[in-house]
Design a protein around this ligand. Structure first.
Ligand SMILES: [Zn+2]
Length: 319
């Protein structure tokens, strides 16, 4: 990732639990000293001095990353390993190879040997360009509703038989109400990266992507509202991907582009921080997300023939 900030997208999100969710607190000691509490408790933090349930940014990032990888692998066919590496198989994996290939290796070269998932979410050598803030109930009313949690009984699953294991009932704390505000921020993005995030937000809204524990038992679905998207970029008179803004040549194996003028017309534009800012609200948000989704996937499809082969060759040379 180069050191210049050329563009940035901030996607505000409001998540409302549909049917309940549980992000587990890993502290087992707490149930031992307080036997009145359920076995599986919700993770908590403090907002305005009050303790509250929440969804950590790291949980959001984990779920988005694995869904992002899954999408890329199914799209990549025989090149799927180039599009999304397997972090659990570090052998010959250029993304997770820590040995310096060359002391003078610059960041575009490092970037060139990463798969598309590591380019977006980071690897051991390079920071990610997608960040997730903690999702918090910000208003006092949402906080009150979120913390009126329910206790539900669950049955442990026997790992061998796959059926319920005898006598192992447990109580879990489920969050069913309130609303959780968060934001996704992407720096130096290509349009396909924003497009992929728009697809995953649609999957989250459809209940296909779920957060937290017991998702196969119906937990973890959310209503998703995107109140606002803000795009900023250092130069250029309309929003575009980082390659179109003149990023180093190592980005150039995937196409990028500008967004359609009728989509930009729905945003409020102003000069800000030495560059341009476009603020999308209301109906303009849905139009924007649709436009980045179709542009992004079109760019991935256009690259399918040449791009994957070019990436394979370049990575082979580095190996
Ligand atoms: Zn990778």
């Amino acid at each position: 990732m180069h050191k210049l900030l050329l563009n940035r997208a901030s996607i505000a999100l409001k998540l409302k639990p549909r049917g309940g969710f549980l992000i587990k607190d890993g502290d087992k000691g707490r149930t031992m000293v307080r036997p009145d509490l359920p076995d599986l408790q919700a993770l908590r933090t403090r907002v305005d001095g009050e303790e509250t349930v929440f969804i950590p940014g790291s949980s959001l990032k984990g779920v988005f990353r694995s869904a992002f990888e899954r999408q890329l692998r199914s799209f990549g066919g025989e090149h799927h390993g180039l599009l999304a590496c397997d972090p659990l198989n570090p052998r010959g994996n250029l993304c997770h190879d820590n040995a310096p290939r060359d002391e003078r290796e610059d960041s575009p070269t490092t970037h060139a040997r990463l798969c598309l998932a590591c380019r977006s979410f980071g690897s051991q050598q390079i920071g990610g360009r997608v960040r997730f803030a903690d999702a918090l109930p910000l208003s006092a009313d949402d906080r009150r509703r979120a913390n009126l949690t329910e206790q539900r009984s669950g049955v442990s699953i026997d790992r061998k038989s796959g059926g319920p294991s005898r006598g192992k009932l447990f109580e879990m704390e489920v969050v069913t109400g309130g609303a959780f505000d968060t934001a996704i921020q992407v720096e130096n993005f290509q349009l396909w990266q924003l497009g992929m995030l728009a697809t995953l937000l649609a999957d989250l809204k459809a209940g296909e992507l779920r957060l937290g524990s017991a998702t196969t038992r119906g937990l973890g679905a959310f209503g998703v509202v995107v109140p606002e998207v803000v795009l900023w970029q250092a130069r250029g008179s309309s929003p575009m991907g980082v390659k179109s803004l003149g990023a180093p040549t190592e980005y150039e194996w995937l196409p990028d582009g500008e967004l359609p003028a009728e989509v930009i017309a729905g945003a409020r534009h102003r000069r800000r921080r030495g560059g341009h800012e476009w603020r999308f609200e209301g109906d303009a948000v849905a139009l924007l997300l649709d436009a980045v989704e179709s542009a992004g996937w079109a760019h991935l499809e256009a690259a399918q023939q040449d791009g994957w082969t070019a990436l394979a060759t370049r990575r082979r040379r580095l190996r």
